[in-house]
Design a protein around this ligand. Structure first.
Ligand code: ATP
Ligand code: ZN
Length: 210
């Protein structure tokens, strides 16, 4: 039997639920915070603990057969992977937000404006679809402070409760993409019997939750 590898987030918003779903599939493994790889003792599977940003590429390149990661990260990476199953956690929305006092009311008014984001690929696609030319400023984090500092006219970032926007004097303006955690596989991995077995177990776990 082939030993599969599945990549999950090492720490962060998706870690706990990713571990939980695998445990609920009946998989036994040790989950030390310090280890980067863990061997499942009752299924031919190894778990790789990675930064979420690295997961799409690992799966695309076949270093991991499977991965659990947010759709936003997959699309941003432009990774060629197979979507196997939505997992129902890690839900969030990528939104464009503008300062409370901004007079922008329609997307066309973003023309020529500077938009700060950590998601330049997704934002670029969205702006093109809406026939808007804007100046995308890529920042790796804390994009919400951009408008206050005069760095940008708007931002495009993940919003869940809107609390961070509010405390930075911003309001949501338009929805760019909805996202949740998904199970992905390398191209062709869905043909492996071990992958099918694991997928069936995951489906049962998800169904039991409904
Ligand atoms: P890493 O250290 O692995 O790079 P990170 O800081 O990039 O972690 P997290 O903040 O842990 O990432 O978020 C992981 C994923 O959780 C996001 O890519 C997104 O899909 C999802 N998510 C759900 N809710 C939120 C939220 N409120 N803010 C940010 N991400 C969220
Ligand atoms: Zn990350």
């Amino acid at each position: 039997m082939k030993t599969l590898k599945i990549a999950i987030q090492k720490s962060g918003r998706l870690n706990e639920k990713s571990v939980e779903i695998l445990k609920n599939c009946g998989l036994s493994f040790e989950n030390y915070k310090s280890s980067l790889i863990s061997t499942v003792t009752n299924f031919p599977l190894e778990i790789l603990f990675l930064r979420d940003d690295d997961i799409p590429e690992y799966v695309q390149d076949g270093i991991a057969d499977l991965g659990i990661v947010g759709e936003n990260v997959i699309v941003e990476a432009g990774a060629e992977v197979t979507y196997l199953q939505k997992l129902g956690f890690g839900k969030c929305t990528l939104k464009i937000a503008i300062p409370n006092e901004s007079r922008i009311t329609e997307i066309a008014q973003l023309e020529g404006k500077a938009i700060a984001t950590s998601y330049p690929v997704i934002l670029d696609k969205y702006l093109k679809e809406n026939h808007v030319n804007a100046d995308i400023r890529t920042i790796s984090g804390s994009v919400e402070i951009g408008p206050g500092l005069g760095l940008s006219d708007a931002i495009c970032d993940i919003v869940s409760t809107g609390g961070t926007l509010k405390s930075n004097g911003l309001k949501p303006f338009s929805e760019v993409m909805k996202s949740e955690a998904v199970l992905i596989g390398s191209k062709g991995s869905e043909l492996l019997p071990e992958v099918q077995e694991l997928l069936q177990r995951i489906l049962s776990v998800l169904r039991a939750k409904e």
